[in-house]
Design a protein around this ligand. Structure first.
Ligand SMILES: Cc1cc2nc3c(=O)[nH]c(=O)nc-3n(C[C@H](O)[C@H](O)[C@H](O)COP(=O)(O)OP(=O)(O)OC[C@H]3O[C@@H](n4cnc5c(N)ncnc54)[C@H](O)[C@@H]3O)c2cc1C
Length: 591
């Protein structure tokens, strides 16, 4: 069987049996939608993913774009398939009808785009970047910028980028040095270098719009002096597109995502690079947070999708590959059994399932909160989205990588060869813990800001949401011990956060943050356990008989996560509380 990328039945389960979609469709913004219109979007995304994107994956991985005479040339297959991707209109699907959108819930958009990511991560990259870049102009740009640059991006004719990183400013964006000089004509002259800019050049579209962080002349130092500029590759002059002095100075030779070029760019080498200020001066970082927060959810979904396609492949392989006999079988003349019959292989499959489907449920839940916050004015949903964002970004990246390793392991020696695809997905997956903020940076953000902000309001919202799930699980007849363990997980987080926050308030920020990575992992394990409890409740009351074992497998994965993974939080909490200081007191010169 061809790789299904994502389990369609799981997607239906989330939409029809876990969530109550009427909560969304009764909101005015989504009034034109129903389950039927959602299905149309999902069906077209599935079709393009399976028939167009997945078959091109290996070719794009094997032959990355080429840099010739300062211009990027993508793989010819990508040029052929790009119109099919554009036609889906996903870059504008969630936006209002006034800008050409479908007003589609992010919840449904997330599930539809997961298919495309699982099929071909780097191709989806062009869409995701364009959507985020155009949305920045929609939210903060002038009417002229909306007309000239946002509209062709939303229309699918042009693409967009986020141009933040510089050689000396990666995690530390306050150190951006690209400059923007005001002119009497209303535009700015931009000079500087950017690095790692994905889709920064290509020959898929006539124009590329770089949403660029830069400093205006006289700007204050640090993060409060960074502004957002719209800097096109080609600018509009008298209705024509003319070169805007953005040069490609190098291409990164990446180990994954090889259909999407990531580039070093130089602005203004000829002194003729024009940019237009988006919104107010010095507000660039706060505006860019809109795109970064969206991109973090997208990167989390990249992680889920990349782990999902590998899980599906290893499941099919394990059912197919005969090797060895059951432990109790003594007769060598009996036929070998498929490796899925060995409990250790099932351990690897169930762990992948628990990570992939638990993380997909979390991403869908985060999208659900985004819909309720933006279009339902739901303050608790906004708190939940803020709290979950670093978890929804980092868990699929880190544990997704582990799932990808397990998929390769199930293929044995064949997995360690480029004839099979698990190694390629492993390379793709690794990026997700690096871009859009490294896992280390998200750990600091979660503990240092999001969990303690507003007197811990987000954690209180989290506790309330988990309590609602516990009620549902209880009513569904889920094992009371599972409910008690998830409830205890929330108590562990709440108590630990208060203890660590007190260290920070007492002035010992280093001690508070020393085990931020363990704190992030602990919170992630509990968040996924919460999702598994929710899935278990739906499975327990599930009545559809279309796939034997579907609900039992859900309950097995819930049991696996709650019984084998959740207990790890006590060890992690112990590390955070004790302040175990092996690396804390380590002098770098000793190494
Ligand atoms: C393939 C690829 C595509 C990319 N696409 C884009 C793009 O389209 N647009 C864009 O603007 N950028 C892009 N990036 C850049 C990406 O966002 C950065 O690589 C990332 O933010 C990390 O920055 P850095 O590489 O400079 O690493 P550094 O910031 O140097 O970090 C190195 C290590 O040190 C740790 N570290 C750094 N600072 C701290 C700290 N204060 N506390 C604790 N630990 C710390 C990090 O966690 C990391 O492990 C891309 C990168 C890659 C690899």
């Amino acid at each position: 069987m061809a790789n299904p990328l994502l389990d369609d039945r799981d997607v239906e389960f989330l939409l029809d049996e876990v969530l109550d979609l009427s909560t969304l469709t009764t909101l005015p913004y989504f009034a034109d939608h129903d389950r039927g219109s959602f299905e149309l979007v999902l069906a077209s995304a599935r079709r393009v993913a399976r028939e167009v994107l997945y078959p091109a994956y290996r070719a794009l991985d094997e032959q990355p774009p080429r840099l010739i005479d300062g211009a990027i040339h993508v793989h010819p297959r990508l040029k052929e398939l790009w119109p099919r991707v554009r036609e889906l209109g996903l870059q504008v699907a969630t936006r209002p009808s006034e800008v050409g959108g479908l007003q589609l819930p992010t919840t449904v958009f997330t599930l539809a785009t997961a298919y495309l990511m699982a099929a071909n991560l780097s191709v989806y990259g062009y869409v995701g970047l364009t959507q985020g870049a155009a949305h920045l102009i929609e939210a903060f740009g002038s009417e002229a910028l909306k007309r000239d640059y946002m509209a062709p991006m939303y229309g699918g004719a042009w693409t967009g980028t986020m141009a933040l990183t510089e050689p000396q400013a990666g995690s530390s964006l306050s150190d951006v040095t690209t400059t923007a000089e005001p002119t009497a004509d209303g535009h700015y002259l931009v000079r500087g270098s950017k690095i790692f800019i994905s889709a920064g050049d290509h020959d898929l579209a006539d124009n590329i719009v770089h949403m660029t962080l830069a400093r205006l002349r006289g700007a204050p130092p640090g993060i409060k002096g960074v502004s957002l500029l719209c800097v096109p590759k080609r600018r509009l002059e008298g209705g024509k597109l003319v070169d805007n002095d953005v040069a490609v100075t190098g291409m990164i030779h990446k180990i994954g995502w090889r259909g999407l070029p990531s580039l070093a760019l130089a602005y203004g080498e000829r002194g003729d690079c024009r940019g237009w200020l988006v919104g107010e001066p010095h507000q660039g970082i706060s505006y860019m947070f809109q795109m970064m927060n969206e991109a973090r959810i997208m990167v989390g979904l990249n992680g889920v999708a990349t782990a999902s396609v590998a899980y599906q492949e290893s499941l099919a392989y394990a059912r197919d590959r005969p090797q060895g006999r059951p432990l109790g079988a003594r007769d060598p003349a009996t036929p070998q059994v498929p490796i899925v019959r060995h409990p250790d292989v099932r351990r690897m499959l169930l762990r992948q399932k628990a990570i992939v489907e638990g993380a997909l449920a979390l991403l869908v839940r985060a999208s659900w909160y985004s819909d309720l916050a933006q279009h339902g004015g739901d303050a608790r949903a906004q708190l939940m989205l803020d709290l979950l964002t670093p978890i929804a970004k980092s868990f699929p990246a880190e544990r997704g990588f582990e799932a990808n390793v397990l998929a390769l392991q199930i293929h044995g020696g064949y997995g360690y060869s480029s004839e099979y695809l698990p190694e390629a997905w492993l390379r793709d997956q690794k990026l997700n813990s690096i871009h859009e903020g490294t896992t280390g940076i998200h750990a600091l953000d979660l503990l240092g800001r999001r969990a303690v902000a507003k007197g811990g309001a987000a954690l209180a919202a989290f506790a309330a949401e988990v309590a609602t799930t516990c009620d549902r699980a209880r009513a569904a007849g889920v094992d009371a011990a599972w409910i008690a363990e998830v409830t205890r997980g929330v108590e562990v987080i709440t108590g630990l956060t208060a203890a660590l926050g007190a260290r920070g308030l007492a002035g010992d920020v280093e001690a508070m943050m020393l085990h931020a990575a363990d704190y992030l992992e602990l919170c992630s394990i509990v968040a996924i356990a919460w999702q598994w409890l929710e899935l278990a409740a739906a499975a327990k009351t599930g009545r559809r008989a279309d796939r034997a074992g579907f609900y039992q497998a859900k309950l097995a994965a819930a049991q696996y996560w709650i019984r084998t993974e959740l207990p790890r939080i006590d060890h992690l909490a112990g590390l955070c509380r004790s302040g175990e200081d092996s690396y804390g007191r380590l002098d770098p010169d000793w190494l």
